[in-house]
Design a protein. Structure first.
Length: 201
């Protein structure tokens, strides 16, 4: 079995910071005077192509008010990861694969995002098998597989050297995919099967 370096995005790939309780939608709805928005209504209205910047839908809020959620130093304290992502990535790490969490961190929440990853993932993995890189330049990360929900990040990667897996979300994309992906799914167990095939298990 080949030991792989697996790069996993964080927001909307291993955790939903938007629609789960205490997420961005809850935060915006508490601040806004407009009718409450929720996932099902948005998905239906935008045909599963929901605006990536939800703040645009809250006309009574300033951009600073909208983005203040992402500057919170305890943003991830009440958020829970996708359980299948935890099971799969922990199992892969314990088999000897290396898990690299790669995600942009805004202002004050770098430490909190790391603490979230350590609590839910790192505490269940050997220290030598995982790490966190705060970056938007994922093309510089050495990996064999990348799992990400955003086309613009997948487009950065040289697909002749890295296998691309797109994590499916209901949000619009700012770029079209330039390279073929192995699959587009929100099922981490399916992702695990593909990674095991790449590793030669």
């Amino acid at each position: 079995m080949k030991q792989l370096y697996i790069c996993a995005d964080v927001d909307l790939t291993i955790v939903d910071p938007i629609f789960q309780p205490c997420g961005w939608i809850d935060y915006l709805n508490k601040m806004s005077k407009y009718p409450i928005l929720y996932r099902e209504k948005l998905a239906e209205e935008y045909n599963n192509n929901i605006p990536y910047n939800l703040g645009e839908l809250y006309q009574d809020l300033t951009q600073d008010e909208v983005m203040s959620f992402w500057r919170s130093e305890n943003l991830y304290d009440k958020l829970k990861p996708y359980q299948d992502a935890v099971e799969v990535l922990v199992e892969l790490a314990n088999k000897g694969h290396y898990i690299i969490f790669a995600s942009h961190a805004k202002h004050g929440h770098f430490k909190n995002k790391y603490q979230f990853l350590e609590k839910h993932f790192g505490s269940k993995m050997p220290d030598s098998q995982w790490g966190y890189v705060a970056t938007k330049e994922k093309k510089f990360i050495k990996c064999d597989v990348i799992v990400d929900d955003r086309n613009d990040f997948l487009n950065q990667v040289d697909n002749s050297k890295v296998e691309l897996i797109k994590f499916k979300t209901p949000f619009e994309q700012h770029e079209t995919l330039k390279h073929p992906v192995l699959t587009e799914t929100n099922n981490w167990f399916k992702i695990k099967e593909l990674i095991e095939e790449i590793a030669g298990e």
